[in-house]
Design a protein. Structure first.
Length: 203
């Protein structure tokens, strides 16, 4: 019930952030995508306009039916896009199927972060790249404590703003090659610390 409402208001609630620089961050990150590309937790399709022509296959994975409905609508008329209903923790693809994987504000939402990253590593070819843009745990312990108990709205959204996602990526089969620490524009304090970067699937 709440998930359907969340999907319905998602684009409206994020439009200020997108205009204030987030859209540009997405564009810069996705310019690095190439070859067979998979996006995990694609939501309403905020990244769709940013994938470059170097992408030869585009597969968008989204397990929430209300999000997927909007994603389908946004992708209508694009016969180069596959939309797949699956959780990050169990991706229905053979090993080494993709050259690039993309996650934006999705690793805060997956049920099992380590399992999701292990799956993403599995379906990427060795040397393949994970492009990430995520809000993460604050380095200020006072803010981090708030992120540990962000309130009922975050539980309803299924969002965990207290995750140290960069450490989790490094702990999985990835070598982080670039990372920029920034802030999600116009976001509530607990959702503000942001990482944008790339990691290579280790051989
Ligand atoms: C905050 S939204 C981000 C949507 C989009 N990636 C963006 O950048 O705007 C989080 C998305 O992750 C999806 N999600 C939640 N759990 C997931 C899981 N286990 N596997 C894959 N996606 C998941 C949600 O359905 C939702 O679409």
């Amino acid at each position: 019930m709440f998930k359907a409402f969340y999907a319905a208001i998602y684009d409206r609630t994020t439009s200020g952030a997108e205009r204030a620089g987030l859209s540009e961050d997405r564009h810069g990150l996705l310019a690095q995508a190439a070859g067979a590309t998979i996006e995990i937790g694609a939501g309403t399709g905020a990244n769709l306009a940013h994938f470059p022509p170097t992408v030869t296959r585009l597969c968008l994975v989204e397990p929430d039916p209300s999000m997927r409905k909007r994603l389908r609508r946004r992708a209508s008329g694009r016969d180069d896009v596959e939309i797949v209903d699956a959780p990050a923790e169990a991706l229905p693809f053979p090993d080494s199927s993709f050259d690039t994987a993309v996650v934006t504000f999705a690793l805060c939402s997956v049920a099992d972060l380590d399992r999701a990253l292990a799956e993403i590593a599995r379906i990427l070819r060795p040397g393949g790249r994970l492009l990430f843009l995520e809000h993460v745990r604050d380095t200020d312990p006072q803010i981090a404590r708030k992120q540990d108990h962000p309130g009922v709205l975050y539980s309803l959204m299924g969002c965990h703003p207290n995750r140290d996602t960069l450490t989790a990526i490094s702990r999985a089969s990835f070598d982080v090659t670039t990372v920029r620490h920034g802030e999600v524009p116009k976001a509530p304090r607990v959702e503000r610390p942001m990482i944008v970067g790339a990691a290579a699937r280790s051989a």
